[in-house]
Write a protein that binds this ligand. Structure first.
Ligand code: URQ
Ligand code: ZN
Ligand code: ZN
Length: 484
């Protein structure tokens, strides 16, 4: 079936122009002014609208078992929420329990994702180090189309890995042409601060923010950057939420290191005053790691998007219901960490970024789509409006308005952290590989319509043939005689 999108302005990350877009099946076949109508083509009038690449959210957690709860949005409703907000692809984290096989975890996640209504890919988490993991990373990269490995430097006793494991895994990534990702918070210090606060009777959601100050993120980001540099691998820092972390990334990039940063839409517009709300539920609903920050940190993140030292805007969509949040009613360390944002990311970024003059519409496309596609090695199949690209298109009406409300959301949870946010500029139609998935409030995407998107490995940055033996056999640590 062919579709002709007529009369709009095509916006890519590097240029915009008045042009029609012809789609044949799943692919864009022509982009030019005044295209002829193909016989039987469905005509979509995009007059007064921008025609942009479908959004890519590089950081989500669908149906994730975490802190004793399963996040409420699964691959069906998470991707439906995404499509209603202009996002046509998500990249979720496949997280094997420490000691478990990555290959088995991958099969679990493929099974969970079969019901996706929109396209998706995976990152793989490294939650321990062993010869098995060293070997499986090659299969995951070369056979499963996953070219990114996530490392948690926090969540002590659960997902956290130490510096030795980081160095070994980063080195393996460099060898395989894969890129390491880090959740950069110093989990040891967080653990101590949690203990300290609880011992002083601070059990409420505000304790969560106090136990994770920006310094724990700045320190871990800097450490991960140095370890990646020594291992010879690039690095991607997820949910970059504060000035300290951004500045570490900026320093590294100025020194020519391949380091990327990913602020979340939540940290760009929401702040830590929410944790002091007298309504426990209101505050607990906003508990995520890293926590919302003091307002002044937002300026650093926006400056990073404007200057290019930060590249993509994600959501870390990991939505728990109020009921699930109440698990931590007596102890903030038991509040399941995570917030939602999949359907709000693009409308909120347009209103807070483009309408305020902070971002151009091309920079909006870069941050919500093109840069993720380029960094994750699926560009220009994804992330562009050009001949040969997958026909993932969002038609954006800059005049359309709405007030965000949980009552009208597609997400399955019972609240929305952007409740009451005024949006001007909204997706009016979303196509995923040529199929209309969302039109003027009407969700047409169906369970299972989504496709798994493989991401090929990068050219290995260095083929240091570090064998398992070298990367595993701990050289006896000689006790150096420290002469007093
Ligand atoms: O840390 C993450 O990215 C996951 C576990 C989601 N939760 C969160 O609070 N960010
Ligand atoms: Zn994280
Ligand atoms: Zn996450």
């Amino acid at each position: 079936m062919s579709v002709l999108i007529r009369g709009g302005t095509v916006v890519n990350h590097d240029h915009s122009r008045r042009a029609d877009v012809l789609i044949d099946g799943e692919t864009i076949t022509a982009v030019a002014p005044r295209l002829d109508v193909a016989r039987g083509a469905e005509i979509i009038d995009a007059g007064g609208c921008y025609v942009m690449p479908g959004g890519i959210d590089p950081h989500t957690h669908m149906e994730l078992m975490f802190m004793g709860n399963v996040s409420a949005d699964d691959f069906e409703w998470g991707t439906k929420a995404a499509l209603s907000g202009g996002t046509t692809m998500i990249v979720d984290f496949c997280i094997p329990a420490p000691g478990a096989s990555m290959l088995a975890a991958y099969q679990d996640w493929r099974r969970k994702a079969e019901k996706a209504a929109g396209d998706y890919g995976f990152h793989m988490a490294v939650t321990c180090w062993s010869k098995q993991i060293w070997e499986e990373m090659e299969t995951v990269t070369k056979t499963y189309g996953i070219n990114t490995f996530k490392h948690f430097m926090a969540y002590k006793g659960a997902l956290m890995v130490n510096d030795d494991e980081l160095y070994n895994s980063f080195s393996r990534c460099a060898q395989l042409g894969a890129m390491p990702l880090v959740h950069a918070e110093n989990g040891d210090v967080v653990f101590r601060l949690q203990e300290h606060l609880l011992s002083r009777g601070i059990t409420g959601p505000e304790g969560h923010a106090y136990s994770r100050p920006p310094e724990v993120e700045g320190e871990a980001t800097n450490r991960a950057i140095m370890i990646a540099d020594m291992a010879g691998s690039p690095l991607y820092v997820v949910h970059t939420s504060c000035r300290q972390s951004h500045e570490a990334i900026k320093r590294a990039r100025e020194a020519g290191k391949r380091v990327f940063g990913e602020p979340l839409i939540q940290h760009l517009v929401l702040d830590e005053s929410d944790y002091r709300n007298k309504d426990w539920d209101y505050a607990a609903r906003r508990v995520m790691s890293p926590p919302f920050r003091p307002k002044e940190h937002q300026d650093s993140l926006w400056a990073g998007l404007q200057s290019g030292s930060l590249q993509v805007v994600a959501t870390d969509h990991c939505a728990f219901t109020t009921e699930q949040k109440r698990m931590g009613a007596k102890d903030f360390t038991r509040i399941p960490n995570g917030t939602g944002g999949l359907e709000d990311r693009m409308p909120v970024l347009w209103s807070a970024g483009v309408n305020t003059g902070r971002l151009t519409k091309e920079e909006f496309v870069a941050a919500t789509s093109a840069n993720s596609a380029r960094i994750l090695n699926v560009y220009p199949r994804k992330g562009a409006i050009a001949v040969g690209c997958d026909a993932d298109v969002v038609i954006w009406d800059p005049k359309a308005t709405k007030t965000i409300s949980a009552k009208r959301q597609v997400s399955r949870i019972d609240y929305n952290v952007f409740e009451g946010f005024q949006c001007t500029g909204l997706p009016v139609l979303t196509l995923n590989r040529g199929r209309i998935a969302w039109k003027q409030g009407d969700l047409r995407a169906e369970k299972g319509d989504g496709k798994y998107i493989e991401r090929p490995p990068f050219p290995a940055v260095h083929v240091a043939n570090a064998t398992w033996k070298e990367l595993s056999s701990p050289r006896p640590v000689e006790r150096m005689e420290v002469t007093p």
